[in-house]
Design a protein around this ligand. Structure first.
Ligand SMILES: [Zn+2]
Length: 245
């Protein structure tokens, strides 16, 4: 396989929103910035910038700001996650000291977790055998969890998984982002306080480090750094999501 072909296959966009970072510092000194690295295989259709911006708005009351530090490519065979083993295997691609979000065209879930089943029962929805997102433990890593997400979900699903990442479990009220209700719109004040406290702790302990040093991009990401986002992703929305731990 030629060099050009290899570069094409391994392609994903590297987006660093440096301008947005400077703006946050200027306008909101109290905002806590958290670094995010998004991973996807070529051909997984979504817009990482729009997705993160859509999730971001739910956290305004916590004074948190998610910064898209980098996007990285995954091997083509990880476009879909078919087995639980595949989800856990993503651990090898983790960028240290960032919130890692792995985006896939589909996430199969033949054996839903107890947490998923309980939340679905509470919301009166049937499980489809596919996940919208999940929050996965990564023992021995900093931070100790990561997020997987279906590409066709909205920022609401990412906000729900970020809620887990920041220390909050499922919630009974159907309008709460941490429920599976049909009209989820908000976090409550207690959850927002937990998010801010957790974010501070993660930064203090250096489990998260904003603005990571250069050289952390993998070879696949570096090879395609010059490609614009519009060549790789486009936004595709669909309703409905179910997650699990
Ligand atoms: Zn959940």
């Amino acid at each position: 396989m030629g060099r050009i072909a290899r570069l094409c296959i391994a392609t994903i966009v590297v987006v660093t929103v440096t301008g947005a970072h400077a703006q946050a510092q200027t306008h909101s000194q109290a905002a806590i910035e958290l670094p995010v690295v998004i991973h996807a295989a070529k051909g997984v259709e979504f817009d990482p910038v729009a997705l993160l911006a859509d999730a971001q708005r739910y956290f305004a009351g916590a004074g948190l700001r998610f910064h898209l530090q980098e996007t990285r490519s995954l091997p083509d065979d990880l476009a879909e996650l078919r087995r639980i083993r595949d989800r856990r295997g993503l651990k090898r691609y983790l960028a240290p000291h960032a919130i890692n979000v792995f985006v896939h065209s589909a996430i199969h879930d033949r054996t839903p977790s107890r947490s998923t089943r309980r939340a679905a029962t509470r919301a009166g929805i049937a499980l489809s055998g596919r996940l919208g997102g999940a929050h996965i433990p990564a023992a021995g890593r900093q931070p100790g969890t990561y997020i997987i997400l279906r590409a066709s979900t909205r920022g609401l699903t990412l906000a729900h998984e970020l809620g887990h990442f920041l220390g909050v479990a499922h919630h009974r009220e159907s309008d709460n982002v941490m429920s599976y209700g049909p009209r989820r719109t908000r976090f409550n004040d207690r959850q927002l306080r937990v998010f801010r406290a957790t974010a501070r702790r993660l930064l203090r302990t250096r489990a998260l480090r904003p603005q990571s040093l250069p050289g952390r991009t993998n070879s696949r990401a570096r090879s395609s750094a010059e490609l614009p986002a519009s060549e790789m992703f486009w936004t595709k929305r669909a309703s409905g999501s179910v997650d699990s731990r």
